[in-house]
Design a protein around this ligand. Structure first.
Ligand code: IMP
Length: 214
């Protein structure tokens, strides 16, 4: 495992919600984080079929373009009744014909697909959020970290916090959806904490323990 010595890194993302969450997580560790969006980097095409492949594509593109270590996140919602869909295509389900993203529409699509499968009871609507973080260096070295959080898809959507599919995801053991939680509650983690809640915070905890010794 390679340690991260630099205190500046690029957040290899163009997704405002993810950039905000990664900054929240990385801030307390004393990092200065520029994003691929701030640096006007071209968004690479996500041609992989796994979270690991797509995270690697994004992190390497930003590391090579900037000459700095880069941290990416590839994530998505895997729903058991839909055989793991939308999975790596979670962002694509929100895409409109004009290329913009509409998550209210994406959540409706998920609900329609679940109804078509007859998945109406809570125990037939189990799902997990997955986040794979990739830390890449300009020389091509990469380290990968996976975090998952189990829960269920609820309907109708609840809450306006967070981003993406947060209003329809209720983690196991909680009465609130991610959309009803503050950022602190959703992450459930600070450097040195033993536990974390969100998929991204769980992956981030592994990254911090492995590459930073935090
Ligand atoms: P990608 O990693 O860029 O392929 O996009 C993953 C998609 O998954 C995002 O656009 C979100 O819609 C969804 N997603 C990932 N993480 C979260 C989360 O923490 N909350 C809600 N939606 C998420």
């Amino acid at each position: 495992m390679r340690k991260l010595d630099a205190k500046t890194l690029v957040v290899a993302s163009h997704n405002a919600g993810k950039i905000r969450e990664i900054r929240d997580l990385i801030g307390p560790l004393g990092f200065e984080a520029k994003s691929a969006a701030d640096l006007n980097f071209v968004e690479p095409e996500e041609t992989g079929t796994t979270f690991e492949e797509n995270a690697t594509i994004k992190a390497l593109a930003s590391a090579r373009a900037s000459g700095l270590p880069a941290l990416s996140d590839d994530s998505g919602l895997a729903i058991d009744a839909l055989d793991g869909a939308p999975g790596v295509y979670t962002a694509n389900w929100a895409e409109r014909e004009d290329g913009s993203r509409d998550f209210a529409m994406a959540m409706e699509k998920v609900e329609k697909a679940l109804k078509e499968k007859g998945a109406v009871t809570p125990d037939s609507r189990t799902a997990r959020f997955v986040s794979v973080l990739c830390l890449a260096w300009p020389d091509g070295h990469v380290e990968l970290f996976r975090g998952e959080v189990e829960g269920q898809v609820v309907w109708p959507p609840r809450g306006t916090s967070g981003f993406g599919y947060d209003p329809v995801f209720q983690p196991t053991g909680y009465d609130a959806t991610f959309g009803e939680m503050t950022a602190e509650e959703k992450h459930g983690w600070r450097p040195g904490d033993a536990s974390a809640l969100s998929h991204r915070a769980r992956a981030f905890k592994l990254f911090a323990e492995t590459c930073l010794g935090a």
